[in-house]
Design a protein around this ligand. Sequence first.
Ligand code: ZLS
Ligand code: CA
Ligand code: ZN
Length: 388
Amino acid sequence: RNGITRPKGWTVSWHSNPAIEKHHFGHSHPMKPWRLTLSKSLIMSYGMHAAMDTYESRVATREELEDFHSEDYLDFLKTAKVALPDDTEVMPYNLGGSDCPVFDGLFTYCSMYAGASIDAARKLANEEADIAVNWSGGLHHAKKAEASGFCYVNDIVLAILQLLRKMPRVLYIDIDVHHGDGVEEAFWSSDRVLTLSMHKYDGMNFFPGTGDLDRTGPIDEGNPGAHHAINVPLLDGIDDEQYVWLFKTIVGMCLEQFRPSAIVLQCGADSLAGDRLGRFNVQVQGHGACIAFCKSLGLPLLLVGGGGYTPRNVARAWAHETSIAIGCDATLDPIIPDHTPFKEYFRYDTIFPTLEQILGDPRPNRNSAKRVNDIVQSIREQLRMVNF
Ligand code: ZLS
Ligand code: CA
Ligand code: ZN
């Protein structure tokens, strides 16, 4: 054990349930819920659970899910049957395709990751935690009545709605490599939620194909949501230096103009180098620096997971980020403990398997300094129109 102790006067609540991790999207599907088991085993082998309030995730109630989702969609999601191999019937609500398959226990899976985000948000709203963590959440593409991009229920929207019961304004930040379209759309007409997503954007060539810089909110000036959507479209190979600079600069400007009462941070780990679906060159250090920056702002902070398709890197990032939430990152042994279950997953990446070192083919960085500066300039002008 690293002798990790509970930080004084600081509470981190951790929401998880092994029942979520057992679900399978199907053979070769990139979304693997067992990456949560890998992350948890790493977190626990460092002894970090001892420094947090740990809660077993429960299923969200029907009423809680209806806060955002339509009744007919929830009815279908609950009763949808796994298709037989010769079944060619198309299902409604974008269900049953290769991205959003219907699998055994689907509704339990969705209700549980949603229940965890709702509980986590309530811990913050009731001032029972300073940071709340749900690595099984962060499913940002789900719509009111549609599944999309491996997401069926939008736990982030449900969590933000909980926070808005007690707090005037919420800043949503999304560092998943994909555009956080579902959350953006849900609060499109609201001036109580400022959404900020950093993502790969390449016209229609990268999922979901939205999130250009000029997509800033409703265009009708009288709409309260005008200017309240911030999009940071990036190209392949962005490195830590550019990514973290953009993050701190833009989040800093958001804080000044919007004065949020809480921050919800989607920590999608597919923005890391070497991700099966991602295209960036962000390291565990850079990804973690975004979480550390948010923590340093001293606002109630909800951390949710999201994408992440190279499980050993997902586990590294989320274990490292859990240590940042607790405040024990500086004292953590960089060498992964010998008693970590599934240590074989970390063994072959480097000579000494460390927490922060990930394997990723360094992609050429297509983001020029000018491009990065132009993005900041454009968002600076947009934020002038935002006033708390
Ligand atoms: O943000 O790009 C697409 C849509 C398609 C191409 C892929 N085919 C299968 C369906 C139609 C246009 N979908 C993306 C979704 C990415 C969702 C990211 C979620 C999040 O990280 C939050 C959790 C996509 N990219 C890659 C795949 N789908 C994909 C790759 C490989 C496979 C295997 C299983 C299934 C079919 C073969 C699949 C999907
Ligand atoms: Ca994003
Ligand atoms: Zn993603």
